[in-house]
Design a protein around this ligand. Structure first.
Ligand code: BGC
Length: 410
């Protein structure tokens, strides 16, 4: 008791006054939600955690890769955060196999996660029968967004239904004086664009063949080379300001009607929301060509670095309980642009983009795993490097096809 500071003592006394309630459960949370829409969403989690008696220590780190590497290094260095964001990715599975995480089985049992989580999410998050993470949302990283005003002014009357209609729309936007395609020139964003073209221009089967290939032959096929040239053809529609641009700055180009299209995950919707723009009125969205387009599924999870300290475990469990609760799921996902991980919550009036997402979620034939779920972080790194080099230099299609084939062989 004498070790307590004056402040600590005050907290303890206040806690005892509340019928013996414990000290605030302190959680340091590492995440990479730094844009306007993302910050608004994470604040919902923080507010709910505080309202439940917790103390939230926010560690926002710009860039997913940076944030995840920081967490891994801090765990390895014995200075782990309480909670940390990952994607539903093979990298998460690697961290599980390294034995770095506490499981959330107790909270999962009490919250009936087995029943309420959608099948593809549950299948990915549960490893060897244990919940080593708490899923918080479902994102599709592969949407096409567009400014309705820019397309109308350019005379684009309908959403493209195939690659040549997409190019025709881009040509019209260019002729109208606007920037046809807003792209953030960072490797992961160029990767998002490439994967979207792979499953829209090439088709879901080619996409799956590519990511499951271990001999690399598919990368040398004429169908795949066509994808590569379609992808590179898009360069002519991107403005010179693209290199290093953040994804939300690219979304802002649609919001301000400077650019026509952006290919990005549905977290972009959080930016439209902050700007008070409405789906179907100010901006449009489609996940691919037509009503039955493949729908890529990914999401964010929170992991709980290993600790035996009962106070840390209590904070981790409180976090998982709060962030999966129905009200928090609705508040958070509305701001984040994602779909809740509970099948039993009512999001109220869904906007036209979420309606498409929810419809697709119910149709397993349309589901496409994200690249992070199909390629190890090492392989994904090699593939991303090859795509970025191809996009940013005058490397030929034949050359990059060889490099990609070698990367697939591993
Ligand atoms: C995450 C999203 C996030 C986006 C951009 C993705 O990896 O799943 O939650 O908004 O990165 O920061």
């Amino acid at each position: 008791m004498h070790a307590l500071t004056k402040h600590g003592l005050a907290v303890l006394v206040a806690g005892m006054g509340m019928g013996g309630a414990a000290l605030a459960q302190k959680a340091e949370v590492v995440h990479w939600w730094t844009s306007g829409g993302e910050s608004a969403a994470v604040q919902e989690l923080a507010a709910a955690y505080k309202a439940a008696g917790g103390a939230w220590v926010d560690t926002a780190i710009s860039g997913g890769e940076n944030a995840r590497n920081t967490t891994i290094n801090r765990i390895a260095g014995g200075n782990a955060p309480t909670v940390a964001q990952f994607n539903t990715s093979l990298q998460y599975h690697e961290v599980v196999l390294e034995g770095m995480l506490n499981n959330m089985d107790a909270v999962a049992k009490e919250g009936n996660w087995d029943k309420i989580l959608p099948e593809p999410i549950k299948k990915f998050v549960k490893v060897d029968g244990h919940y080593f993470a708490m899923p918080v949302n479902i994102h599709n990283p592969s949407w096409f967004w567009y400014s309705k005003a820019v397309l109308a002014k350019a005379g684009v009357k309908a959403e493209p239904q195939n690659m040549s209609e997409f190019f025709a729309a881009l040509d019209k936007i260019k002729a109208s004086g606007a920037i046809p395609l807003a792209l953030g020139g960072q490797a992961w964003q160029e990767g998002i664009l490439f994967n979207a073209i792979l499953h829209t221009s090439g088709g879901a089967d080619l996409y799956k063949q590519f990511y499951s290939s271990t001999d690399g032959k598919v990368a040398q096929s004429p169908a795949f080379k066509k994808v590569l040239s379609d992808f590179k053809r898009l360069k002519a529609y991107v403005d010179p300001g693209s290199p290093n641009r953040d994804w939300n700055v690219a979304t802002a180009m649609l919001i301000s009607n400077k650019a026509g299209f952006q290919v990005m995950g549905d977290w972009a919707k959080g930016e439209f929301a902050v700007a008070k723009q409405t789906a179907g009125k100010d901006f449009g969205c489609f996940p691919g060509w037509g009503a039955k387009a493949p729908y890529m599924l990914e999401g964010d999870v929170f992991v709980f670095p290993k600790s035996k300290d009962p106070e840390v475990i209590k904070a981790q469990q409180l976090f998982a309980r709060v962030a999966t609760s129905p009200a928090v799921q609705v508040a958070f996902n509305t701001k984040k642009g994602s779909i809740p991980i509970r099948t039993d919550v009512d999001m109220g009036a869904l906007d036209i983009c979420s309606q498409q997402g929810v419809t697709a979620l119910k149709d397993p034939a349309r589901h496409l795993p994200a690249p992070t779920q199909l390629a190890s972080p090492e392989k994904k790194g090699l593939l991303d490097d090859a795509v970025t080099k191809f996009w940013n230099t005058d490397q030929s299609v034949d050359d990059v096809a060889k490099v990609l084939a070698a990367a697939l062989k591993g």
